[in-house]
Design a binder for this molecule. Structure first.
Ligand SMILES: [Zn+2]
Ligand SMILES: [Zn+2]
Length: 169
């Protein structure tokens, strides 16, 4: 069985490649890049100018490859759930999605920093995959399962599970 990384809309191949080893190391899973999927237009809320992540998860669930244990979608559209202004990602049991839109410095008018951008993507990917593996949010700020309410939280955490979370794995 494989954990699939699925581009939703256009995502650079280099971004997908950068995720393979860290995801493999974090969870010991075999990782494959999936075929791309279009961004589901029914998930778009014109009033908010954002996509409802739960609707993307529903659409993803309909096309899970036979040899997939889990599928992580990666998209460059801004995501929300109704209770929040935005989300970096959302997960259910077998499918999860992350948005890279708010992980770029440029989104905040700051200078481009590819290393930082890449590290943020890895952390958010591992976080949502962690949820698919049953991990809940962790109070430790340095743990990858700590909830990111802002980019500062993402930058503070590492890509690793803390020892307490690791012990649950
Ligand atoms: Zn979370
Ligand atoms: Zn933890």
């Amino acid at each position: 069985m494989f954990l699939y990384l699925r581009p939703i809309g256009h995502i650079e191949n280099t971004i997908l490649s950068e995720l393979i080893d860290p995801v493999n190391e974090a969870f010991g899973v075999l990782v494959k890049v999936d075929l791309p999927m279009d961004v589901p237009e029914n998930a778009y809320d014109p009033g908010r100018g954002q996509y409802h992540s739960s609707k993307i998860l529903e659409e993803m669930s309909e096309t899970i490859p036979e040899d997939a244990s889990h599928v992580l979608g990666i998209t460059d559209v801004d995501l929300y759930v109704p209770q929040l202004n935005f989300v970096f990602g959302e997960a259910s049991n077998k499918v999860a999605v992350i948005s890279i839109t708010r992980l770029r410095n440029e989104y905040y008018g700051l200078p481009k920093d590819y290393e930082l951008f890449k590290n943020r993507i890895i952390k958010e990917a591992i976080h949502e995959i962690g949820h698919m593996f049953g991990f809940k949010h962790c109070p430790k700020k340095e743990c990858v399962m700590h909830f990111s309410n802002s980019l500062e939280d993402t930058d503070t955490k590492s890509y690793r599970l803390c020892s307490k979370c690791q012990a649950l794995f």
